[in-house]
Design a protein around this ligand. Structure first.
Ligand code: GLN
Length: 476
């Protein structure tokens, strides 16, 4: 069996035709993932016992004549910011290097209830802060397409695992682009659903008002199927929405005639690179499929990066306060007083980027600066969201780039945080507005680097987003 090209449908068909059992598939998937991992460092650790137990459960269901579930036997990788009971969850941080969570995230429970087989936990930027995966305490991930380049971040390990073919689908998290940007850099599909569509219970908090669990697949259908499994109201997350979850695979009818698409002027005006050419070609394809394309304006785009890095750091500074050496794992041994212990634990445990954000976030929340920065950023956030609301009165979907450039070289931007932050310009706005957005591969540059096209739709209208992306994928 060739694990690296399997889709969810191919797994289902292989099990139905008895070409292999779920346990055989899991064993081979684990062997392949472990042997390939030295090339990318995509996985931080594997979970063979858990994977085989899940796979045997699927085989038993099949033997009893039952439906094994929408993910029956499908190998799944999970970003290491999503907690797994009894299975180490590090968040890419030295602080949590030995942390074994006592519970499963709701998304993980739902994946396994649907028959999914979790192979292991994937590498990421520390606490999901970064755009290149270079902020992991356990070494960077290399892009499987070009090993001297970054896979994007912060969900770089999940994107790389799916691109490399060591997993069929994967879970990631997106606060400011961390699913779409690595999907774009690695040439796979990455989906950020509406804020509240998927429970955040068990997703380690970075910036709670922006955090989403998202999905990766090699096809639109696979990423959509995984989202369908994890989406829906969860009593453990008060912000998870009651909105009913449609059958996303049923809406992929390839008919996009008459859909109105908006091209944001502000996103395309500076995009003259090869990435821009590929996006324009993608839009032309959608036009040929019968979509009506028109230019729109999202006038507050210029303020989005500044707004995001105030709100995200403010929330992060508060969320990361819990890592104090009292709870969780790491505790500095060289402390005499309680205050020393806090200081030393956090000093030794957090990497440079987390410290930068804790300081920035504490500053913008402090008395005297709160009104000037945090409160102002909240007002700007409302304006950014309002830009989208106004645009969606004219169009059904927005098509945009994901990143100003394709995957960059390892080390290229790591010493320039501002350049790194500015590269999030096209992805941050969707998170600030809380709307669904995704990246779908739209070709490669002359140097062979993948580029993703972004599709954004109205709140809870993932269906239209998937319909467009799937029609485009088939036509492309
Ligand atoms: N690159 C952004 C940041 O560093 C986004 C991270 C994310 O979406 N988790 O904050």
């Amino acid at each position: 069996m060739d694990i690296s090209t399997l889709t969810i449908d191919a797994v289902r068909e292989g099990l139905r035709a008895r070409r292999w059992s779920a346990a055989e598939l899991a064993t081979e998937a684990l062997r392949f993932a472990e042997s390939e991992n030295s090339r990318t460092n995509a996985y931080l650790h594997f979970s063979p016992e858990r994977a085989l137990a899940a796979a045997r459960g699927v085989d038993e269901r099949i033997a009893r004549g039952e439906d094994p579930g929408p993910l029956g036997g499908v190998p799944v990788a999970v970003k290491d910011v999503i907690v797994t009971r009894g299975l180490r969850t590090t968040c890419g941080s030295r602080l949590l290097a030995d942390y074994i969570p006592p519970y499963d995230a709701t998304a993980v429970v739902r994946v396994e209830a649907a028959g999914g087989v979790i192979l292991g936990k994937t590498n990421c930027d520390e606490f999901a802060m970064g755009s290149s995966n270079e902020n992991s305490a356990f070494g960077p991930v290399r892009n499987p397409v070009a090993p001297d380049r970054v896979p994007g971040g912060s969900s770089g390990g999940s994107a790389a695992a799916v691109a490399q073919g060591t997993s069929v689908v994967a879970l990631g998290s997106d606060t400011g682009g961390s699913v779409r940007q690595p999907a774009s850099f690695c040439g796979v599909v990455g989906v950020t659903p509406t804020y509240g569509r998927v429970s955040r219970y068990g997703l380690t908090a970075f910036a709670s008002s922006l955090d989403h669990i998202g999905t990766f697949g090699r096809t639109v259908k696979d990423a959509a199927t995984l989202l369908g499994v994890i989406a829906g109201r969860d009593g453990c997350d008060a912000t998870s929405a009651f909105a009913p979850v449609p059958d996303y695979t049923a809406v992929l009818d390839r008919n996009v005639k008459g859909l109105k698409l908006g091209l944001p002027r502000e996103y395309l005006k500076d995009l003259t690179s090869e990435s821009g050419d590929l996006i324009h070609a993608g839009v032309e394809t959608l036009g040929r499929l019968g979509c009506e394309v028109r230019e729109i304006s999202l006038p507050h785009t210029d303020y989005a990066v500044a707004c995001y890095y105030i709100i995200a750091t403010a929330e992060a500074s508060s969320n990361l306060a819990r890592y104090d050496g009292v709870r969780y794992t790491l505790r500095s041994g060289r402390s005499e007083t309680l205050a020393d212990m806090y200081r030393n634990t956090r000093g030794e445990g957090f990497g440079a980027e987390c410290k930068r954000r804790i300081m920035l976030g504490t500053y913008v929340l402090s008395a005297g600066y709160y009104d000037a920065y945090y409160l102002k950023a909240q007002k700007v956030r409302a304006l950014v969201a309002d830009d989208f609301a106004r645009a969606f009165r004219q169009v059904d979907a927005i098509v945009a780039p994901v990143s100003p450039f394709p995957a960059f070289k390892l080390g290229e931007k790591v010493d320039d945080p501002l350049a790194m932050y500015l590269s999030d310009i096209y992805t941050i706005t969707g998170d600030l507005a809380g709307i669904p957005c995704m990246s779908v591969p739209c070709g490669k540059t002359a140097a062979g680097l993948p580029v993703g096209m972004q599709i954004l739709t109205r709140h809870f209208d993932e269906g239209t987003m998937f319909r467009l992306a799937d029609a485009y994928e088939q036509a492309h």
